[in-house]
Design a protein around this ligand. Structure first.
Ligand SMILES: *Cc1c(COP(=O)(O)O)cnc(C)c1O
Length: 464
């Protein structure tokens, strides 16, 4: 420490010890969840950073008291950041319905209750009729089969796991024929060619980016072909001079040739959503009826439930998947089964009324505008913010229906002194953070993705 001046040495001598900081903070309710060991680490980080700042003369003329107060403030800040980085509820005011970064599909009330109910002991693998061991997931699988018209169903952790399991078990060592227009990347880390390579199957590309015909598939079939893979391009569309081959035609070809047709439908839908402008998402029941041997789709995209990968299809193929050791590594939790049963149960009754994703997608711009006008009026009453309602667009999200942008009514919010970025930052900093969009330099709230029960909370967010 040669060359250090006297003031710095004096200042370093009055840096509060870790014990002194702990005496100030331990016992305070806000730190109760931290535990003694973590709190000690935070106190040590605080003293280290204060020492660093003193050495670079960043703290002016400190006293023992000012440094102690500073250290406590640093512990508070570090702990606040740590707590806020944990998973917590947010209000999604973006209008992106299946928002991957905000947890995709919000669950129905029934699914939330089912999760809480199954969280303790439950009859996961226990048959209450016989008192013997029961089969895991049987009821959820029966529901999926019923809703899709398939012989059999199997559930794994997500659709990526489903596609991998199918290719690994049914095509490893063989050739898989895929149209060049369907070699897509979904959400950054699911790339069809990479998944195929990892599964041990060999990719055989056919056709061109924009046009692939039945004859292209037909020419590529050899002794080594295991299956034809059809991938729904999800977040990506080619428009103009295009041609793709129908599931029914591909199924006919596959079956004439003694191979399987596997469709990775991605999101897929269990009910016809064309009435809401969503007409290019595959209806799973339609693919099954058209002859696809295996179809995989996500539990938390347009199905509107919890994260899961659903596999439906012919009994013998599904049973091969179930018996493979890899299935054991990809299976899901008891609470997920409970949520799936509750979500799928709604499809027997009133899916659009009960499942939040479908309800949000079915809401019209006029209905949203009526809520938006009331919300804007209440905001304008507060006098701090100015609000007006303008027409705009929501987003389906989750890599589904990129061509469909449901019309909506946005509440566009301004403030005399605060920039849009400041308002946005304030909303994110709240106890229940509000996630908004900035459109043309102004904060925009889309009530499509805000439930009516959240509206008072959202209004409150602008009162502080
Ligand atoms: C979204 C998607 C996947 C991945 O689904 P996850 O449930 O996120 O694993 C796979 N394939 C397609 C075609 C998709 O759209």
């Amino acid at each position: 420490m040669t060359g250090m001046n006297v003031e710095k040495e004096t200042a370093l001598a009055i840096v509060p010890s870790v014990d002194a900081i702990l005496r100030e903070v331990s016992g305070r309710a806000e730190f109760a969840a931290a535990g003694a060991a973590r709190l000690t680490e935070l106190a040590r980080s605080a003293t280290d950073s204060i020492r660093g700042d003193l050495l670079s003369c960043a703290l002016g003329d400190p006293t023992r008291e000012s440094l102690t107060a500073d250290a406590v403030a640093r512990v508070e800040r570090l702990w606040r950041i740590e707590v806020r980085s944990g998973t917590r509820r947010v209000i999604n005011a973006t209008g992106v319905v299946i928002h991957t970064n905000l947890g995709r599909a919000p669950l129905s009330d029934a699914a939330r209750e089912a999760i809480a109910d199954a969280a303790g002991y439950c009859n996961l693998e226990y048959d209450l009729e016989t008192g013997r061991r029961g089969s895991r997931g049987a009821r959820a699988e029966r529901l999926i089969a019923e809703l899709t018209g398939a012989e059999s169903a199997l559930i794994v952790n997500n659709c990526a796991a489903a596609a991998f399991l199918v290719l690994r078990v049914l095509a490893s060592g063989g050739e898989v024929i895929v149209s060049r227009g369907e070699l897509v990347e979904i959400g950054g880390d699911f790339r069809v060619p990479d998944v195929l390579a990892e599964s041990g199957a060999r990719l055989v590309e056919v056709g061109t980016t924009n046009r692939t015909k039945l004859a292209d598939y037909e020419r590529a079939i050899t002794e080594s072909t295991a299956l034809i893979l059809k991938v729904h391009p999800s977040n990506y569309r080619i428009v103009g001079f295009t041609a793709a081959t129908e599931v029914s035609e591909l199924a006919g070809l596959a079956h004439r040739s003694g191979i399987l047709l596997f469709e990775d439908a991605g999101s897929g839908a269990l009910v016809d959503l064309s009435g809401f402008g969503l007409d290019d998402e595959p209806l799973i029941a339609r693919s099954v009826a058209a002859g696809a041997d295996i179809v995989s789709f996500s539990g938390d995209k347009l199905v509107g439930g919890i994260q899961a990968g659903f596999i439906v299809g012919r009994r013998d193929s599904v049973e091969r998947l179930r018996r493979h050791p890899l299935y054991r590594a990809l299976r899901i939790d008891k609470t997920a089964y409970a949520a799936i049963e509750a979500t799928l149960g709604a499809y027997r009754r009133d899916p659009v009324g009960e499942i939040p994703v479908l309800r949000m997608l079915s809401t019209t711009a006029d209905e949203i505008e009526a809520r938006a006008m009331k919300f804007a009026a209440a905001l304008n009453d507060g006098a701090q913010f100015t609000a007006e309602v303008v027409r705009g667009h929501s987003v389906v999200g989750g890599g589904s229906a990129p061509g469909t942008q449901p019309e909506t009514a946005l509440v566009v919010i301004g403030h005399e002194l605060l920039s849009a970025a400041r308002i946005d930052g304030h909303l994110r900093s709240l106890k229940v953070p509000v996630i908004s969009r900035i459109i043309d330099g102004r904060v925009a709230i889309d009530l499509r993705t805000v439930s009516e029960s959240e509206e008072p909370e959202l209004l409150e967010a602008f009162a502080t």
